[in-house]
Design a protein. Structure first.
Length: 255
């Protein structure tokens, strides 16, 4: 239960969100930058750690709701956790669809220097401007079309990353031609069987491994951009080639 230190108006607002069963509702103070409460599917969880910044390109990220205490003017932010929806419904599930593998690779390349929340908030905008990641269409995009994307405030307007999307689509097609499918090429790196790391604590998960370094090196030789070993390890996790769900996680595919 919420303690008495939280004003009644605020408790009611958070409970209203929780009753709608939003995947995650987090309450944090914007003035003190202190994480106060976390609600998950209507249950109050113990919050640990400092909240991350949810400022995107100078604007509050989509999904954020600001609230202000009418008595003392203290500001709070209540937001839904798209990252948790992604974790529960997508992350770590073995992926074999070519178009989805390409989309996920693009999203991972966009993250360089940014938070994953930022990328998830802009995911639908990216899908819209890049033809829902239809590989042939992206590979054939003109410079003029890419320049138009750079005018769109709903995406990450980084010229190198935007142009790399087309470049990587072309490299993706080359792998399909050589190996029959990108799926076959990718999964051959783990002998077509997910690697289960039996993670007990997420703090022990590495940022990169020898496997991700070798794969990143090979992808670079095949002309891919923004595919460093950290990016590729994250990609392997997300696409289900490496199972880094904690062993007691309800969404662990091995559970």
């Amino acid at each position: 239960m919420m303690t008495e230190k939280y004003p009644t108006w605020l408790i009611g607002h958070v409970k209203e969100w929780a009753e709608k069963r939003l995947p995650t509702v987090t309450l944090c103070s914007t003035t003190g930058n202190e994480l106060l409460e976390v609600w998950y599917y209507g249950d109050l969880l113990t919050a640990k750690g400092e909240p991350q910044s949810y400022i995107v390109d100078g604007d509050v990220a989509p999904g954020l709701v600001a609230a202000r205490d009418p008595e003392n003017g203290e500001e709070f932010v209540i937001f839904d956790g798209g990252r948790h929806v992604y974790h529960d419904e997508e992350w770590g599930k073995p992926l074999h669809d070519e178009q989805r593998l390409f989309e996920l690779l693009c999203l991972e390349t966009y993250q360089a220097g940014l938070s994953w929340e930022t990328i998830l908030n802009k995911r639908e905008a990216f899908k819209s401007v890049f033809h829902h990641y239809e590989i042939d269409k992206v590979a054939a995009m003109s410079d003029e079309a890419l320049e138009e994307i750079l005018k769109n405030p709903k995406v990450v307007r980084n010229r190198r990353k935007v142009y790399a999307t087309r470049h990587n689509a072309q490299a993706f097609l080359a792998i399909q031609k050589t190996f029959g499918s990108f799926d076959h090429y990718l999964w051959s790196w783990v002998n077509f069987t997910p690697i289960d790391n039996f993670v007990k604590n997420c703090q022990s998960i590495p940022a990169q491994t020898n496997l991700s370094a070798r794969l990143a090196k090979d992808l670079k030789k095949k002309d891919f951009k923004f595919v460093g070993p950290v990016c590729i390890y994250s990609y392997l996790q997300a696409a289900g080639l490496i199972n880094d769900h904690e062993v007691d996680c309800d969404f662990n595919p091995k559970k």
